[in-house]
Design a protein around this ligand. Structure first.
Ligand code: SF4
Ligand code: SF4
Length: 80
């Protein structure tokens, strides 16, 4: 059986444009996220939702404002 590693971050929807075109929004560190939902409440663009108790950021609408980074007590969101 092949071993599937847990991804370190997930984006929604997944962008598959050419590498040079990929925008790098805030990203969630899956291992740290507790699913508390605070970032969902504070994102002014409504770009975060909880999926299976994990915050998932919509890369298409995230404006890289950084509010969610400060909102997360678990330091589970970082920006490039
Ligand atoms: S605030 Fe942090 S811990 Fe809470 S859901 Fe968002 S990323 Fe996860
Ligand atoms: S960086 Fe700003 S727009 Fe992007 S997910 Fe976080 S709070 Fe929302």
């Amino acid at each position: 059986m092949p071993v599937r590693l847990k991804p370190k971050s997930i984006y929604y929807p997944l962008s598959v444009a050419g590498y040079g075109d990929i925008k790098m929004p805030a990203k969630v560190i899956v291992e740290k996220c507790t699913g508390c939902g605070e970032c969902v409440e504070q994102c002014p663009e409504e770009s975060i939702k909880l999926v299976n108790e994990l915050a998932v950021i919509n890369a298409e609408t995230c404006t890289d404002c950084g509010i969610c980074v400060d909102a997360c007590a678990e330091e589970a969101i970082e920006m490039e």
